[in-house]
Structure formats: structure tokens, C-alpha cells
Design a binder for this molecule. Structure first.
Ligand code: FAD
Length: 420
């Protein structure tokens, strides 16, 4: 949707994965849009459905039920969120509304409340369209789920692009004139805005599940087991409305992502039809493009690792993706976290120029972490090399080597050792 708003993707029809007609013709599945499930009766194995066009309500029976109600954008309980020019971005209709407003009202100044991934993507979208962009966050850094030093690199880059960052700002209201937005009010005063995007997170849509007596778990999402079964008989849940397990800590978490939703849905479908498929969980791998930067993370951050009972060793490196004699290389920063005792890899963060192909290195590390590898194993990993693609020893391998040196140094009291 951010790319549709900025015009990279020209036609919103391309954002529709499959229409109801295609579901019918390809899979013989009946899709009823504009129908809301109002209630679930687990004992009767029925749902109450309201046809939103006619208002008619009826019961629909099920043998097994999947709840995939997703998440919704959080709208803070402050004055002014209903004003014209104030948006959230969750559904395709939100992006169509924003696009129409951009064309009709021709806003000049956009304020984005929330410097998370959607906020960052929208900074780029609005800046590309020529708007003056301000991004605000309650936290003292952009991308609050990244380490502060990595987030600083992102902030520096977006500021170079003309985006103003206002951090440690609490929005107290949205001000308007004649029903349209005029500005964002914070404890430090009012910031002028012709368009406000609230991107301050999402909440699981789990109300109908809770009303039906199903147990909720982490962050109010529907509690499921590894087979995506809820606590209700014959009721499953998957996607942004459901919990999952963190594969490193073993804890129940809520980490709503499209990549996870699709895999949970697949496992869930198997089990609804009698399979025994297990969805083991996630380690929180995510990536976002912000102007020409790739920003991503996987696994645990340093504080999370400590909190989970590990003794984290952390290394940070800045590396070029290719040897200097080959054109097109990019610089990337990598932070690697391992357990100082066992050397087990726990987490990684990357911030790199698009040309550094940082996401490839992130994915290598995601696999290494998932496989339970140690830093020592990583430093001898057999990764492909040719000059157009990497240096002869690629960045994750360099990181494994430096981390191994650091851990050995921690053991023997000598300093870190790295590849030259
Ligand atoms: C701007 C943006 C960018 C994103 N970028 C990424 C990305 O780069 N990578 C990534 O992994 N994820 C990304 N995500 C997250 C991703 O979109 C979600 O994780 C994914 O859509 C979740 O799918 P879902 O089917 O669980 O829920 P949803 O897509 O939220 O679908 C739930 C559906 O259920 C319907 N519904 C809810 N309640 C009822 C009811 N009572 N009756 C009937 N229907 C109901 C809703 O109308 C909705 O259509 C992004 C999200 C946004 C908003």
C-alpha cells in the first residue's frame, strides 16, 4: 500500500491477491464480502452473520471454524482523530482514501505519528510525492524495535531526505478548522499538518473470540497451540489475530506479520482437514525499505537476550558488500548477538544501503539462528562467492569470526580478534 500511494505500483487491482470470483472458479470457495461475523456459538457450531448491505442476520453452521480476523490499526483516544485528513493505513480502502485525499486536497505538510516500519515506509512515500514530512514518536528513536545505534543511522538517512524527526513527543490531540485537520498537538505545542497518518501500531481483532469464551494470550491475541487450535472445540485461529511461539525463548508472543500469517494459514488448513502439521513459531525476522536503506532484524536484541536469561556477547561491524575493484558495492552495518557462554547465535540487526543486499545477509543469519548454530560454526559457513556478489569471505562469516574472537577473548580475558 505505501508503494501504491507513492505511485510505484500504479493500479490498486494489482494489490488484490485473488478476487471472490477467482476463489470460486479456481477453488470452488464461496467468498462473502461485506458480511460481518457478529458472534460465535462454539456449542452450537454456528456463527451469526450480518449481511452489511441488507442488514439481514442469519446463522451459518460449521464443522470446523477458522478465525482469521487479523489486526486493526490502533487509534488513540484523543480529540480530532475523526477530522478530514487524518488516516490510518491498514486496509486497501485506507490507501484508496489517502490517494484520493492527496489528489483532491493537495496537502503540503504530512505528519506521521509513529516511527515504526509503516511510518518509515510512509515517510518515503510522502517525501517521494513532494510533501514536507514530519515523523513523530513517543520513543527517543525511530524504529523503536532496533538498537539505538542502528536506529540513529536510519534517522540520519531520513533527515538527509528532508524528513523532520520529532522524538519523545506525546500527541495529545489533533487540531482542526472547519472539520479538516490543521495540526498535531503535543506537549510542546502544535505542529502544522494538512495530512496526519496515525501509524502507532495494531491490535489483534479478538473480540468475537473472547466473547465466545476462547482464551486470549499474548497482547490480547487468540491463544493457539502449535497446530493453530484455540481453546474452543473445532475452532482454529491463524494470522494477525493469533499468538505464536518465539522459537528462541519458547515464550508465547504476538508478532503479527504477513509472512507468518500465510504459513500459519497453511499449517492450520492442513490440521482443519485432519492433518498433524506443526507451526513451530517465529523468531521475529522482518525487513523494511526506507529510502535507499534496508533495515531488518531477526531473533533477540541484546536486552531481550539478557531478559531471556542469556549472557549476550554483541559485536557490530561496518562492511562493504563487494571488493573495492568491483562496481556497485554498498555499505552495511551489522550487529550480531550470541550467547557469551555457548556461542549460540541469538539475533542480528542490519542497516545497509540497498546495494549492499543486506537482506540476503539477514536471511543467512536468520537460518543460522533457526538452526541453532554457534558463532564458530558461522565463521566457516560455506557461502557462495564471486566478485559481483560478495567479498571472498562474506559479511555473516566475518561476523562469525569476530564474534568467535570476542567470545574467546571473554573466556581468556584477551581482546576481540577479527579477520583482517
Ligand atoms: C502498510 C502495511 C505494510 C505491511 N508490510 C508488511 C511487510 O512488508 N511484511 C510483512 O510480513 N507484513 C506486513 N504487513 C502486515 C500484513 O499485512 C499482515 O500481517 C497480514 O495482512 C495479516 O493477514 P491476516 O489475514 O491475518 O489479517 P488481515 O489482513 O488483517 O485480514 C483480516 C480480515 O478479517 C476481516 N474481519 C475482521 N473481523 C471480521 C468479522 N467479525 N467478520 C468478518 N470479517 C472480519 C477484516 O475485514 C480483514 O479483511 C503490513 C501491513 C500494513 C498495514
Amino acid at each position: 500500500m505505501p508503494y501504491f500511494i507513492s505511485g510505484v505500483t500504479a493500479d490498486h487491482q494489482n494489490l488484490i491477491a485473488r478476487t471472490p470470483a477467482q476463489f470460486k472458479s479456481m477453488n470452488d470457495i464461496d467468498v462473502k464480502t461485506r458480511h460481518r461475523v457478529m458472534a460465535i456459538d462454539p456449542a452450537g457450531h454456528t456463527v451469526t452473520v450480518r449481511d452489511l448491505q441488507t442488514g439481514h442476520e442469519y446463522l451459518e453452521g460449521y464443522t470446523r471454524l477458522l478465525i482469521s480476523t487479523g489486526a486493526e490499526a490502533f487509534v488513540p483516544p484523543i480529540e480530532g482523530t475523526e477530522l478530514e485528513g487524518v488516516f490510518t493505513l491498514r486496509r486497501l480502502t485506507d490507501s484508496l482514501r489517502i490517494k484520493r485525499y492527496l489528489a483532491d486536497a493537495r496537502p503540503r505538510r504530512a505528519v506521521i505519528v509513529g516511527a515504526g516500519p509503516i511510518g518509515m515506509e510512509m515517510c518515503e512515500s510522502f517525501a517521494t510525492l513532494g510533501l514536507e514530512v514530519t515523523v513523530m514518536d513517543l520513543a527517543g528513536q525511530v524504529m523503536p524495535y532496533m538498537s539505538p545505534d542502528m536506529a540513529e543511522r536510519v534517522q540520519a538517512r531520513i533527515e538527509e531526505e528532508g524528513v523532520s524527526c520529532l522524538l519523545e513527543q506525546s500527541v495529545t490531540a489533533i487540531a482542526g478548522d472547519g472539520g479538516a485537520v490543521r495540526g498535531v498537538v503535543t506537549s510542546n505545542g502544535e505542529i502544522k499538518a494538512d495530512l496526519v497518518l496515525l501509524a502507532i501500531g495494531v491490535r489483534p481483532v479478538s473480540g468475537i473470540a473472547a466473547d465466545a469464551g476462547l482464551e486470549l494470550g499474548a497482547r490480547g491475541a487468540i491463544r493457539v497451540d502449535e497446530q493453530m487450535r484455540t481453546t474452543g472445540e473445532d475452532i482454529f485461529a491463524a494470522g494477525d489475530c493469533a499468538t505464536t511461539t518465539h522459537t528462541i525463548t519458547g515464550r508465547q508472543v504476538w508478532l503479527p506479520l504477513g509472512s507468518t500469517s500465510r504459513k500459519q494459514g497453511r499449517a492450520c488448513a492442513d490440521n482443519m482437514f485432519g492433518g498433524e502439521t506443526r507451526f513451530a513459531g517465529v523468531q521475529g525476522t522482518s525487513v523494511v525499505k526506507c529510502f535507499d536503506l534496508t533495515v531488518g532484524r531477526t531473533g533477540l536484541g541484546e536486552a531481550e537476550a539478557t531478559e531471556a536469561g542469556f549472557s549476550p556477547a554483541v559485536i557490530s561491524i561496518e562492511a562493504e558488500s563487494l571488493h573495492q575493484y568491483y562496481p556497485g558495492r554498498g555499505t552495511m552495518n551489522l550487529k550480531l548477538i550470541a550467547d557469551g557462554g555457548s556461542g549460540r547465535l541469538l539475533g542480528a540487526e542490519v542497516v545497509g544501503q540497498i546495494s549492499s543486499v543486506a537482506e540476503k545477509r539477514l536471511d543467512v543469519l536468520a537460518v543460522a539462528i533457526d538452526a541453532g548454530m554457534t558463532a564458530d560454526h558461522l565463521q566457516y559457513l560455506d557461502l557462495a562467492y564471486a566478485p559481483p556478489y560478495s567479498t571472498s569471505v562474506d559479511i555473516p562469516v566475518i561476523a562469525g569470526n569476530i564474534m568467535t574472537g570476542k567470545i574467546r577473548g571473554m573466556e581468556c580475558g584477551c581482546g576481540p580478534r577479527g579477520l583482517d
